[in-house]
Design a protein around this ligand. Structure first.
Ligand code: 26W
Length: 800
């Protein structure tokens, strides 16, 4: 990639501002500068993108296609500046102009095309794939509206549409000449010709999938891969298949396919439109891959899987399996066996959840309406699969009805994904073990070789270099900058464990970041927080299993203690929350309301005198996270053990020097393994204990309620309106006492409290705490997504 001196960059900027915004540099607004900078970057990115693609074609290497219904990429300007190497020059030019880089970069609207962990993981993976120079591209949907914007009105969440395309999105390029036709519905006919079935379709709805490409820039390596997002449009010559629809209605109904992102990441969303979105993604993508293979590779179609791997991000793109079968058989003329040989060596499936309500199950009738041929193929996959168990695996014969891909009139997407893939992975060691031993145990017994673990990771370029430049500098000043390309080398920091000057520099960086967040908090909420208080942070989607409720119960408990003994000495603590609830998830929204009501009570009570504060930051998104992670000191990772597949916020906070206070769940287990028991605060039931209670019973929440006065007071307060303004929370109360506390909040309460006391005691020993912080940073290299992607590339994708 080209490099620029300050003078050259300034000249270029001046020219862009004239050409694109018809202004002089002096007249520019932040937005003008933002668009001028993105235009400079995009010229370089496009050029490198063309070269990268050409090189992949020439080298004829195996390529990976990462299919995901979600890519939560956030802003790109800073990470593109960092990865192209333009960041420093650009910052300096802006500063010389008397402008604030932060404000200029702040003009970019977050691309929020994802819900939470799964979508953000996909974005980190793209960054690592490009930075490591692997031939890999992402494919997703260009939703007209991304994840809703959250507003809090009188303590309650309301949702506003995320109109992220209101202004030009500078990173995308529309490629109409590479548009693809996707066919829905209609009927299937066949004739038998020469002992071969010939399928034909009629009365289908034809939708045009138009690609918008975004360059994914590798870190200082001249690689630019592609994220291709599909947008649904009406083909030029199309007439509405429904006679009563006029052209405008028809256009609107087609465009709905890429209209909005489903905002629920806790349940399988049983809507026809969601299913159409899934087929839209896989059909357009797989047609493109076949087309490219035939155009660029000098091999017969039978070798497709030698050059292509398709990684599916959870089950959402699973229809890719029957879609590839359809194309290979109906369009390329292969037999079932030939097509199956290719397909079952092409797909690899990542599971992100074991929660039953999130495992997708689609009614057969609905699948048929989306595309009847796809249902026929799934049916046949199922028949052959069940027969093969019966014929070849006697020990599993009595499990066939549980293993069937179709049963009780529904398609089980995870089973289809396992049967049709050559690799099935979980996202943390514990999660992968649970998959093997419980969730998919039958399949593990059938094909143990498919199952593997790939512990998640995060890109340290965005989450450390970009979000916390002062910490990055401190690290480089101490151990050199090798760690940037090889983050495990951060373990060299361990030798500063007893170095007072390093530890005090570290504390200074943290204090600076806390002050930045303090300002953000004040601007957004009007709440003044003490920068010397402990910043205790829980930011993630709101879900019962993540137990934000346990956290707020602890706050209520501290408040009750202060009220009982107003002279109580206490290290000041600020409890920071950020969380979006699915719009239809009533209880989650009630928990948000409770956090606000408790915050109101605590923050405004003179007796509290600033000892504790509660802050809820609305509209938690990637950009906000970039301010929060560097300032966090306690990282709350308190899911009911066994339920959080991995977590990735835990890794982001660890990398920025926070100490995890959490359960032995997801990747917390591996964090504990790296930092050792002295540098993490673990509490609560183990996953085996939770699973045992679930399977065998033996837990009675009411017993704890009866015997624990602290909890009795807290729970009764929910019903009798003790928490500010007399607001009540009976649904939460009954969920715990009548539904027997399905997430074991009461059970884990005591050990959670004790662990907080331990945390505060350690915090008071500033030197001790800074040392813990250092060990966490030093050991965070394992959780760079570069490590994760190298493992995928070696073990699953076989790119090296
Ligand atoms: C619309 C239906 C639906 C259902 C489930 C959408 C999305 C999901 C995902 C599986 C939920 C999700 O984001 N899972 C998270 O994935 C992260 C990345 O692997 C993990 O770190 C989290 O633990 C897991 O909850």
């Amino acid at each position: 990639m080209k490099t620029y001196t300050k003078e050259e960059f300034r000249e270029l900027l001046e020219k862009k501002v004239r050409d694109k915004r018809t202004k002089t540099l002096e007249e520019t607004t932040d937005k003008d500068l933002f668009y001028a900078i993105t235009s400079i970057l995009k010229d370089s990115i496009n050029e490198a993108n063309i070269e990268t693609e050409q090189r992949y074609i020439n080298e004829q290497n195996r390529q990976v296609s990462y299919l995901s219904m979600e890519f939560l990429i956030g802003r790109l300007i800073e990470s593109n500046l960092i990865n192209t190497g333009f960041k420093q020059v650009c910052d300096e030019v802006l500063e010389d102009l008397g402008r604030s880089p932060r404000d200029v970069y702040g003009e970019e609207h977050d691309a929020g095309l994802g819900n939470g962990g799964l979508g953000r993981l996909a974005a980190c993976f793209l960054d690592s794939i490009a930075s490591l120079g692997y031939a890999g591209n992402g494919f997703g949907i260009r939703y007209r509206y991304g994840l809703f914007e959250q507003r809090i009105v009188s303590g309650s969440q309301i949702e506003l549409p995320d109109n992220w395309l209101r202004e030009v999105y500078p990173w995308e390029t529309r490629k109409i000449d590479e548009a693809i036709q996707v066919r829905f519905g209609g009927e299937v006919d066949f004739v038998i010709d020469n002992d071969q079935y010939q399928f034909s379709y009629k009365d289908q709805e034809v939708v045009l999938a138009v690609p918008y490409d975004i360059g994914i820039v590798g870190y200082e390596n001249d690689v630019v891969n592609t994220l291709r997002l599909w947008s649904a449009e009406v083909p030029d010559d199309a007439v509405s298949p429904e006679p009563y629809m006029n052209q405008l209605e028809y256009k609107q109904s087609v465009e709905k396919i890429s209209g909005f992102l489903y905002p629920d990441d806790s349940k399988e969303e049983g809507r026809f439109l969601r299913l159409k979105q899934q087929y839209f993604l896989v059909s357009s993508t797989i047609q493109t891959l076949i087309h490219r293979f035939k155009a660029n590779d000098d091999l017969p179609i039978e070798a497709f899987h030698k050059k292509n791997v398709i990684q599916i991000n959870d089950t959402h793109p699973t229809f890719g399996i029957p879609e590839l079968m359809r194309i290979l058989m109906d369009e390329e003329g292969l037999s079932w066996d030939q097509a199956w040989e290719i397909t079952s060596h092409t797909f690899a499936y990542t599971n992100h959840t074991i929660m039953q309500e999130a495992l997708e199950k689609w009614p057969v009738e609905l699948v048929k309406r989306v595309n009847p041929r796809i249902l026929m193929i799934i049916d046949e996959i199922n028949e052959r699969f069940c027969k093969s168990i019966f014929d070849n695996h006697e020990s599993l014969r009595d499990r066939i009805s549980e293993m069937a891909v179709i049963s009780d009139g529904v398609v089980h997407m995870s089973k289809l994904a396992i049967v049709g893939s050559y690799s099935v992975n979980g996202v943390a060691a514990l999660h992968s073990d649970i998959i093997k031993n419980y969730t998919f145990n039958d399949f593990y017994r059938l094909t143990p070789e498919k199952f593997n673990n790939k512990t998640n990771g995060i890109t340290h370029r965005r989450w450390l270099l970009g979000a916390n430049p002062r910490l990055a500098e401190l690290i480089s000043d101490s151990i050199g900058d090798h760690w940037v390309k090889s983050p495990v080398e951060m373990t060299q920091l361990l030798r500063y464990q007893n170095d007072e000057s390093f530890l005090s520099n570290l504390a200074e960086v943290k204090l600076h970041n806390k002050k930045v967040l303090q300002e953000v908090i004040y601007k957004k909420t009007g709440i003044e927080v003490n920068e010397h208080s402990i910043f205790d942070v829980q930011v993630k989607r709101l879900h019962e299993y993540k137990r934000q409720l346990l956290n707020i119960f602890h706050v209520i408990h501290l408040y009750n203690e202060i009220k009982r003994n107003p002279k109580l000495k206490m290290v000041p603590q600020t409890f920071i929350f950020g969380a979006k609830a699915a719009p239809s998830y009533h209880l989650a929204k009630e928990i948000i309301r409770l956090i606000h009501v408790v915050g109101e009570m605590v923050n405004n009570d003179r007796d509290v005198a600033g000892r504790i504060k509660v802050v809820f930051l609305e509209n938690y998104n990637v950009t906000l996270a970039e301010y929060i992670m560097p300032a966090a000191e306690i990282s709350e990772q308190i899911s009911t053990a066994s339920m959080e597949a991995s977590g990735t916020g835990n890794m982001k906070m660890m990398m920025n020097g926070a100490v995890t206070l959490g359960t032995m769940d997801g990747a917390n287990v591996e964090i504990a393994e790296r930092v050792g028991q002295d540098n993490i605060l673990i509490f609560g039931l183990s996953s085996e204990q939770v699973i045992n209670y679930q399977n065998k019973g033996g837990y009675q929440a009411k017993d704890i309620y009866q015997t624990d006065d602290r909890l009795k007071t807290i729970l009764n307060g929910l019903k009798d309106g003790s928490y500010a303004k007399g607001e009540t929370f009976s649904d939460i109360y009954y969920r715990i006492l009548t539904n027997n506390d399905p997430y074991f909040i009461l059970k884990d309460f005591t050990s959670y409290l004790e662990t907080h006391i331990k945390a505060v005691t350690l915090y008071e020993e500033q030197k001790q705490w800074n040392k813990m912080s250092l060990v966490n940073i030093a050991q965070s290299g394992k959780f760079s997504s570069d490590r994760t992607i190298n493992e995928y590339a070696t073990d699953i994708w076989k790119l090296i």
